[in-house]
Ligand binder design. Sequence first.
Ligand code: AMO
Length: 428
Amino acid sequence: MRLFSVKELSDLKEDTEVLLHGWVQETRTTKNLIFVVFRDHTGLAQLTIRRDSWNGIEVDNIPRESAISVSGTFMVHGKSKTGPEISPSKITILNIAGSPLPLAVSDPVNSDIETRLNNRFLDLRKREVGIIFRVESDLLWGIRKHMSQNGFTEVHTPKIVGTSTEGGSDLFAVRYFEKEAFLNQSPQLYKEILVSSGVNRVFEVGPAFRAEKHNTVRHLNEFTSIDIEMAFSDHNDAMVMLENAVRSGILEVSAGEREVKEALGVEVKVPEVPFPRITFEECVDYLSSKGMAHRDGEDFSPDELRIIGERFTGFYFITRWPASLRPFYTMPDPDDSNYTNSFDLQFRENEITSGAQRVHDPEMLRNRFLAKGLNPDDFSFYLEAFRYGMPPHAGWGLGLERLTMIVLGLKNIREATVFPRDRNRISP
Ligand code: AMO
C-alpha cells in the first residue's frame, strides 16, 4: 500500500488502497457512524467508519491532535464537505496527544501572539499559520535561483566576530574563551573581502543580530539577512539585481497562489520591473509640498515614510542618501560628497533592503572611518583586502522576514518568524 498525502487523493480511482499519516483534528460520532476529521501537511480528509463493520481500535475517544496512521480505501463518491473521504480498514495511533490542548488547532487564529508563540508547535499546525513559512521558503528559493542564475556563489561567513559592522552600540557581546566577542550584525565586511578574493559575486543567507532595545512590529533581535556583493559593479547594477531577485522570489510564491488566497485571503501580485526610483532630496521636497518639514541630518520618520509611500502602489527605491545617514563603507556621490551612491528598497512605509556602491579605495576608506569616529586599526583585517586590487563593488542586504511580511500583508514581523527573538523573548 502506497503512502499518499491528502492533496494527492483527488486524482485517485474509486477503491484505491491508500496509506495516510497525519493527525486527528476532530471526531464526531452518531449511533451508526464515526467521522474523524483527519489532517496532514497538505489538507483535510474525512475518515468514515461504520460501527457495525469496524473491528479496529476504539476511535471515538482518540484525543485531538494525536498522530495516526490510516490504511483504507478512497471513496470517490464521498459526500463529505471536509475533503476527500476514506473508508479506513486500520487506524494506528503513532503518538497520543495530551489534553486539554494549550492551543486549539481547528479554531481560526484568535489567541494573542504571546500564547501562540509559547505554543508555536501547535500554532504552526494551523493552515493559515503554516502557509506563511511555505511562502517564506518559496520566496527564498526564488531569490536563490535568481542569484545562482546570475553567477553568484553562496557563502557562509562567521557570526562570531571581533568588531562591529554597522557601527554603534547594537551589539550582543559573547564570551569567547578569554576574550570578548560579538554576534555579527551583518556579513558586510566579509562579503566585501570576498569580492576581492576573485569569487566575483557572492551571496549569503544567514542570521544577523541586532541588540536594538526597542520592541516594534518591524524589528527582531535576530533576523534572516539575504546579502549580496558584486565586483566591478555600482549601485545601479545592484538595484537591477535586487528588483529582479525580489520579482523572482514573488514569482515562485505565485505558483501556489490559489492556496495562499484560500488560507490567508491574500492576492500575491508579481511586481513589474523596474521599480520606481526617487532620490532622498525629492522625498524631502515632496514632504515639504505636503506641509511636512523634514529635519536636516535625520532619517525619515515612520510618518514621513507613510506619506512618501502613498505616492507608490508597491515597491520603490529611495536613492542618493546623505552621507551622514549611511555607514562608513558607502561610496560618496562623485558629484557631491554630502550624498552617497546608496539606496533603500521600500514597500509603502516599510524598508525591505539597504544597499550601495562601496568605497574601494583604501585611503578613502580610512578617511571614512575617521569621519565616522571609528579607529581604522580596529578594522585592519578588512582594510588589508583593499590594498591589493580590490575591485569597485556594490551590494545589498534584504530582511527575509520583512519581505514575507509585506508580500502577505502581515501586521507583525513575529508572524513571519518561526521562533522570534525580541526584547522579551528568547524561548522557544
Ligand atoms: P541594514 O542595517 O539596513 O543594512 O539592514 C538591511 C535589511 O535588513 C533588515 N533588518 C531587519 N529586519 C528585522 N529586524 C531588524 N532589527 C532589522 N534590521 C535590519 C531590513 C533592512 O532593510 N550591511 C547593510 C546592507 C548592505 O548595504 O549590503 C545592512 O545591514 O530589511
